[in-house]
Design a protein around this ligand. Structure first.
Ligand SMILES: [Cu+2]
Length: 143
């Protein structure tokens, strides 16, 4: 009985500290841009999009880590998602993707950069705009 209580407390403490360490990152929609365009996060952090009137947040096909879940937020509504899988996530605003309204979230290691690059042509997204985000990601990774 006593041992169980100790284990229970330890589990509670672990959950508590995991929560304390997790951060929330805000990405703000501004006219036809997401600010910041590139966000660095840790596994378990939450990403929140704000100021979303007229915008959505949609993950791009073949441009999120393998096994990660795709998302498509409701147009015009703030949106939050917790990202656990490490890697780069590219996302867009569906109405404004052709204007380059896209961004990237880098969670932990950016090991899927090559996969993302290889998928640009088949993504169905405006290539020039996707490449622009990738260049920005590469620049930020070199810092
Ligand atoms: Cu938009």
């Amino acid at each position: 009985m006593k041992k169980q209580a100790v284990i229970g407390l330890a589990a509670l403490f672990a959950a508590y500290t995991a929560n304390v360490n997790a951060e929330e990152h805000i990405i703000k929609a501004a006219v036809t841009q997401f600010r910041p365009m590139v966000t660095f996060a840790k596994p378990g952090d939450t990403i929140t999009w704000t100021n979303m009137a007229g915008h959505d947040s949609t993950s791009m096909k073949g441009m999120i880590p393998e096994g990660a879940e795709a998302w498509h937020s409701k147009l015009g509504k703030p949106f939050s998602i917790k990202l656990d899988k490490e890697g780069i996530y590219l996302f867009k605003c569906t109405p404004h993707a052709s204007l380059g309204m896209m961004g990237a979230i880098i969670v932990g290691n950016a090991d899927n950069l090559d996969t993302i690059k290889a998928n640009v042509d088949t993504s169905g997204e405006p290539k020039g705009m996707v490449k622009r985000v990738i260049r920005k990601v590469e620049k930020q990774l070199k810092k």
